[in-house]
Design a protein around this ligand. Structure first.
Ligand code: ZN
Length: 147
């Protein structure tokens, strides 16, 4: 999935887990796990650096808007959750950046251990929008005093 989808869902997952009383380490582990769950949803992935850079900027802006739009004491958790949600894709960057010599993908949804279905652009972007909006709307249903 796109970086924006992983960042937003990772952030929402961390905040939602924390609001349910889970410790930060569990909330961030859930953000990491959200990456594999999202990669399991049929989606489109781009293959160019300009698209990745634009996606990274959109991810940062999206998480910033989410954190700014909510009144909560754990604003850093939005950013940490977003970063942890994206973290596994760092190995994709390392693999494509050949000078680093990172040749084998290890995260389960990248290595093939968990399927990572790819579909065409329009349905593949649509599936990401639906999932992200559903997660954001669910997270926003949490009582503010719990967040
Ligand atoms: Zn990934």
């Amino acid at each position: 999935m796109y970086i924006t989808a992983h960042a937003v869902v990772g952030a929402c997952t961390a905040v939602a887990c924390r609001s349910l009383g889970m410790p930060n380490v569990v909330a961030l582990a859930a953000s990491l796990a959200s990456h594999a769950v999202l990669d399991r949803v049929p989606h489109h992935d781009y293959k160019t650096w300009p698209a990745a850079i634009a996606d990274l900027a959109a991810a940062a802006a999206s998480v910033y808007v989410l954190a700014a739009a909510t009144i909560l004491p754990s604003i850093p958790l939005w950013y940490l959750g977003g970063m942890v949600g994206v973290l596994p894709d760092l190995e994709i960057v390392l693999k494509h950046w050949e000078r680093v010599g990172y040749s084998r993908l290890r995260f389960p949804s990248h290595s093939g251990l968990i399927s990572h279905p790819q579909i065409a652009l329009v349905p593949g972007v649509s599936s990401q929008i639906v999932v992200v909006l559903a997660v954001v709307l669910l997270t926003m249903q949490m009582p503010v005093d719990m967040l």
